[in-house]
Design a protein around this ligand. Sequence first.
Ligand code: ATP
Ligand code: TZP
Ligand code: MG
Ligand code: MG
Length: 262
Amino acid sequence: MLNQLKQQNPLIHCMTNMVVTTYTANGLLALGASPVMAYAKEEVGDMAQAAGALLLNIGTPSNELTDAMIIAGQSANQAGKPVILDPVGAGATPFRTEICQKILSEVDVTIVRGNAGELSALVGAQGVVKGVDGSSDGDKEAIAKQVATSFSCIAVLTGEVDVITDGSETYTVSNGHEWLTKVVGTGCLLGGVVAAFAATADKTDFVKACAQAVSYYGVAAENAYNVSQEQGYGTFGQAFIDHLGLLSEEEALRLQRIEMKK
Ligand code: ATP
Ligand code: TZP
Ligand code: MG
Ligand code: MG
């Protein structure tokens, strides 16, 4: 999948937040994808159609941006391109939760990627979201399955152990490093990386492709930690971009910790 991705160099239309724009673009370039950030309602329909996948990340929301995201999402739907939603901070304020619900009702979202608190908020389950950081004491597999079935999508619920499910086919991934939580934008960049894998994969393999994307991302973080642990979080954040580009398909497969659930 990775070699195919690098060969195809898919265009990823990112409508993301103003905190993580450059980090996301650099991470996608390192991976081998081609990022473009476009937000104006006058062009998002055309850009989404031209792209291999569309990322909708509501991290710094407004009503105007939501309208543009819906135009882009519907255009991607018409063109048969995957749409990835990152419901950043859903549950932290009613405004964010409502924006996600509006997008999910008007756009056929292919993949929802968020932390346990955000995904809980989408389905009215118990969770804690403080700003953009979220968690839940609930059963993460159950929450992910509820999101998948409620919105007919694939849910990618991230944390120490990630859960990827379409409601019936379920994987857990235990790659990654705790330092990912110390660098802002690593959840958001993962949404872009998942979009790049989805742009490359066959529709029938999307659940597995999501699990591979998350595992690849986690192995790159483990490698980045190994070279930056003496320095600290800032160096880790940059080393992580390096290792997203350096990690080979062979090494990723050797180090992957993906479990298929019954
Ligand atoms: P939050 O804002 O709550 O940190 P997020 O949107 O940034 O959420 P995360 O859940 O932190 O997203 O996921 C981003 C990446 O970090 C994922 O690849 C996930 O597997 C990894 N990750 C998160 N927490 C840990 C951890 N404790 N140990 C290992 N990997 C982790
Ligand atoms: N505030 C609004 S969006 C954002 C912050 C801090 C970035 C969140 O990034 P991530 O990837 O969810 O940690
Ligand atoms: Mg984070
Ligand atoms: Mg996030």
